[in-house]
Write a protein that binds this ligand. Sequence first.
Ligand code: AMP
Length: 378
Amino acid sequence: MSSKTLAILPGATLGILGGGQLGRMFTIAARTMGYKVMVLDPDAACPAGQMADTHLQAAYTDGAALQQLGEACAAVTTEFENVPAASLIALAKYCRVSPGADAVAIVQDRSHEKSWLAQHGFATAPFALVYSEGDLDEAFAEIGAPALLKVARFGYDGKGQARVDSRDAARAAFREFGGQPCVLEGFVKLDGEVSVVLARDDAGQCALFPVAENRHADGILDVSIVPARVADDLAETARTMARAVADALGYVGVMAVEFFVADGRLLVNEIAPRPHNSGHYTLDACVTDQFEQQVRVLAGLPLGDTRLLSPVVMVNILGDRWQHDGPHWDTLLAHPAIKLHLYGKTTARPGRKMGHFNVLAADPAAALDLAERMRGAL
Ligand code: AMP
């Protein structure tokens, strides 16, 4: 696409399906650049609704709301993978939509995603598809213990996952998940985890952000460290693989590829068809952040410069911090090189992502040290 003829310019309205924190940060970026934003989300108190020009409070499958969104907006994107593909197809009748329904349909279902990755030659953890208890015996014989049983759809942040060490445990977990389609995955001994966020435009041009080194706690991202403390050739391979995934999907928009590092090799864990938690460091540490990039690619503007301006550590703030006397924001805000981002969520629950902070320092080790001290003090 030629950005000269088809670019959507400030003053136009952009739409987003989903009003969580990712939608909120997209909305802030778009409004900063002079666009109007319409958010579709059924939740009256959703984080993006507080920032948008218009919040359509309706289900993602509501035909009238989709029509209203599509007619009001020059282009619409999404902030979560579980958006019904049919809604994207319906919206595409009215306006430009990215990412496309085909790519979202592949990555929103773990069994499709894993099969697609294997078919396209991308290394993954060993896996087997499980549609019935009968499949489980064969799958367990193939994968062996220890393994993880993961629901194919609607699992996130370690939810809908169970570690299983025996065939009986696998059967029990399958029943507990209500017999829904699952993937049985071999448990990989991880040296670490990394991710790459990138944007790909209609013309197939890609802009890749620097590789993030990620640490998880209880299946939820805890900390991202950038630049990742891995060998240069491994970081370059991660970027090359992420780009190859985007090319093979024919993806248009911002996406993330999460990798396991095991035995010095990269295994693709997951693809996210949206900006990603491990890309929140870009908000304060890159020339262009991942949400501005989402606006740019949606509007058909040239992709922004993804250069890293400073080493950075991003720390997630979960609802667990609200359990006692609440977080000590004063300690955090007293530090001149820490940037706090809160998502405007009114109810804190353990494991719920309430915000994050970015720590900028001269090198990743210093940033990590300060991040850990600040987290302790929170
Ligand atoms: P997921 O939601 O599948 O990305 O899993 C969340 C986190 O659980 C990952 O980032 C890993 O830290 C861990 N995990 C998931 N699958 C595996 C696996 N097959 N082997 C080892 N660790 C895993």
